[in-house]
Design a binder for this molecule. Sequence first.
Ligand code: GLN
Length: 247
Amino acid sequence: MRIRVGHLYPDYLNIYADRGNIAVLTSRAAWRGHELVVEAVSMGDELRPGTHDLLYIGGGQDREQALVAVDLAAKSEAVRESVGRGAAVLAVCGGYQLLGRYYRDRDGVELPGIGLLPLHTIAGERRMIGDVLLDCDWVGRALAGFENHAGRTLLDEGAQPLGRVVHGFGNDGASGFEGCRSGRTIGTYLHGPLLPRNPWLADWLLAQALAHATGGEPPELEPLADELEQEAHGVAAERARARGGRL
Ligand code: GLN
């Protein structure tokens, strides 16, 4: 199968090697005989609903977020329609914040979000930096990654977090939760990049994207050896345990 990915603002939102997530999806798809076709969708580009099985948006400093926020807001209908038709979404850090209603930066400037996820974000004085370990009980798995953000993300009542913070700060350094998930949409603060050390999430996203591409259910993907990936996960998890992560 061809898996069509829309990479939003790769030229603006790509810190901490977030682009590496695309490389992981490309390899893990190819190892199962699928081809990942990535289209960059940036400033002034049209986003045609239904043409992508997966949308991806990376992280960025406040400056880059301010540059793309209005353009992304203009695409909000197209993003919603894509999601409404079943496309999967992975959004990391600055991109995650812009999927909410707004991001108010440290100068109090409110950047519009697209309101796809039930949350908003307000920047605090102190940045939340370091390794993170999450417990994702909805799949009985763990996630390990790295966070660096000033934003405190507040989920609406009833919103589903991606995981419970075992070590680290997470959404706001207080709620004990990290990220947000809604159907096939995943938002998270975890950089690193995220997917090389958490292959189960890469496979989960690929399965959701294949479900969109085929119009069927998410398939069970053939398991891969993943020794290196598990080792990388172990190292990141150990670093998170060692760090503690309290404000
Ligand atoms: N600029 C945002 C913040 O500081 C997001 C940072 C990021 O993407 N790492 O919270």
